[in-house]
Ligand binder design. Structure first.
Ligand SMILES: [Zn+2]
Length: 197
């Protein structure tokens, strides 16, 4: 999948002012590539500011980032992210667990010209004076890994259980302030049942 990382100079400047969290440190990318270092990180998903708003509860996400140079001496990261997030089901508005497991391949570059030289499979990530501001780039990866629409499997979805013909309405917990498009239908059903008694 082709991803475009919108790391504009403004965003990079903003990241430079971030608090002193170890994982938000700006890393010396070329040193890591030369040493072929692998960084493994586990963090609370709600530490990712742009992801936090989408989460119902905080879970941990894991990242593995392998730094190296490719045959063309381009700095690269072969990475993977995995873990579980709890989002809101867009059908029944209850929490739904979603497993993430995504690989990515970054080309670490200093300029847009260098970014244009990268093989198509590599996503350009702009360095600021050789430094990689990890937080923003990892956030981008998580946002891209999230489903466009979070939904329960039909058997687990509260909204579909509500609609099931076998469900006794008395057993279904009432959720307040909820738009119930099928209420009219339930009413009709009740009337029909009464008729046959
Ligand atoms: Zn649901």
């Amino acid at each position: 999948m082709a991803l475009t990382l919108q790391l504009t100079p403004t965003i990079i400047a903003r990241l430079n002012f971030m608090a002193n969290d170890p994982w938000q440190e700006r890393l010396d990318a070329h040193k890591l590539c030369a040493a072929e270092r692998t960084i493994n990180l586990t963090l609370q998903a709600d530490q990712l500011t742009r992801v936090a708003d989408l989460l119902i509860e905080a879970t941990t996400l894991s990242f593995s980032l392998a730094f190296s140079y490719n045959a063309q001496r381009q700095a690269q990261v072969c990475g993977r992210l995995w873990g579980e997030v709890v989002l809101q089901c867009e059908r029944c508005l209850q929490p739904v667990k979603v497993s993430l497991d995504q690989v990515f391949h970054w080309g670490l570059v200093a300029t847009d010209e260098a970014a244009a030289q990268l093989p198509k499979v590599m996503e350009p990530v702009l360095l600021d004076q050789g430094r990689l501001a990890l937080a923003g780039v990892l956030e981008d990866e998580v946002l891209l890994a999230l489903p466009l629409v979070a939904l329960h499997e039909s058997v687990d979805c509260g909204a579909l259980v509500d609609r099931s013909l076998n469900t006794d309405p008395a057993q279904v917990p009432v959720r307040e302030n909820k738009h119930r498009p099928f209420e009219g239908l339930a009413q009709l059903k009740k009337t029909a049942t009464t008729k046959y008694e």
